[in-house]
Design a protein around this ligand. Structure first.
Ligand code: NAD
Length: 350
């Protein structure tokens, strides 16, 4: 057995409930790849503010950095909402973790399950066959550029270096190799200089991946095409701001936020895996949250960080089977509790 260390950050609200089910599922499937997971849990977010006065307690970042992967539930809730810039906020833990672990690429797969096509706001014939991956640059661009106010003027600056573009483009091309071998690079190169550099560098990376087809698309056109013909996309790679917007738009294709996983990867060191949804305080502690997004995040973790592809596939297949049989939690119109869904996935996977 190969031993791997995973840091578990359950967080707030439904976080501990959904992470608990994902952990049991991983423990069931990991030996398909001869892996044994050693778990180490830490408090981050609101619960850490309550206990330690800060959202990311001392030593947690170091523990994550020393692990093979990090699995996070969600952080935040009304209890810690504050408008005072001096008060600690739960999401500061996330930002510090992303920065501290150097996580520059955010991956969000979107593959609606046929049994749930009806849950999408788009017509079934539009979403049929959709299986796409949004790769978003996470640590550069306008969110991190110089910004400020001068009297009645405010500004935010978007800047990228070739190195920042290259490393995220490489993640996209590598991912495409294991998929349908097509990358759509989204920019605004008809207007923005940073986009022209983006396009230029992506073309260079593409030249090193002759087996992968590259197309360029302007962001306004991509926003339209994502809802008019989503099945035509394979891997979409884009900068931080465009990716923030497009990945949420793409998320809606599958209809339920309770189904969507994500991965954040860096150059070296562990990746961080978490559901796209938040801590859902409105349904916390009721045992009704959908654990599937977190279980699918755990599948990404097994595939990208723990070199356990069979275990990853076992989870993804179990989700399709269980949902295909008509079982679902309340967010999808079903009656399963969080724990019952976890049990169903475990029996389908094992
Ligand atoms: P949310 O995703 O928590 O909830 C939106 C709606 O979706 C709610 O009605 C909720 O009940 C439902 N929902 C979400 N996940 C679900 C699941 N697994 N099963 C069933 N239903 C689910 O978004 P929000 O309400 O805008 O934010 C709530 C809190 O979460 C806020 O404090 C926010 O800051 C935080 N948040 C955290 C993260 C994160 O930790 N990465 C991300 C987004 C929001």
């Amino acid at each position: 057995m190969r031993e791997v260390k995973v840091v578990l950050l359950p967080g707030d609200g439904i976080g501990p409930e959904v992470v608990g089910e994902a952990r049991r599922l991983v423990d069931r499937v990991a030996d398909l790849d001869g892996v044994r997971v050693v778990w180490e849990s830490h408090a981050v977010g609101g619960c850490a503010i309550d206990r330690y006065g800060i959202p990311l307690p001392e030593g947690v970042l170091e523990a994550c950095a020393a692990s093979d992967a990090v699995l996070l539930g969600a952080v935040g809730g009304p209890k810690w909402d504050t408008t005072s810039p001096d008060d600690p906020r739960p999401e500061q833990a996330l930002l510090a973790l992303r920065a501290g672990l150097g996580l520059f690429a955010n991956l969000r797969p979107v593959k609606p399950i046929p049994a749930l096509y009806g849950a999408s706001p788009l017509r079934t014939e539009r979403i049929e066959g959709t299986d796409l991956l949004v790769v978003r640059e996470l640590t550069g661009g306008i969110y991190f550029g110089e910004s400020g106010r001068e009297g009645d003027r405010a500004f935010d600056t978007c800047s990228y270096t070739r190195a920042e573009i290259r490393r995220v483009a490489e993640v996209a091309f590598e991912s495409a190799l294991a998929r349908r071998r097509k990358v759509t690079s989204v920019d605004k190169a008809n207007v923005l200089e940073s986009s022209r550099l983006w396009r230029d560098e992506v073309i260079r990376v593409a030249a090193e991946h002759p087996d992968v087809e590259l197309e360029h698309m302007l962001v306004d056109s991509a926003a339209m095409q994502l809802v008019s013909r989503p099945a035509d996309f394979d891997v979409i790679v884009t900068e931080n701001l465009f990716g923030d917007i497009l990945s949420d738009e793409a998320a809606m294709i599958s209809g339920s936020i309770g189904m969507l996983p994500s991965a954040s990867l860096g150059g070296h060191g562990p990746g961080l895996y978490e559901p796209v949804h938040g801590s859902a305080p409105d349904i916390a502690n009721q045992g009704i949250a959908n654990p599937i997004a977190t279980c699918l995040s755990a599948a990404l973790m097994l595939r990208y960080s723990l070199d356990a592809p069979h275990a990853a596939l076992a989870i993804e297949t179990a989700v399709e089977q269980v949902v295909g049989l008509g079982y679902s939690t309340r967010d999808l119109g079903g009656t399963c509790s969080t724990h019952e869904m976890g049990e169903l996935l475990i029996s389908a996977a094992g």
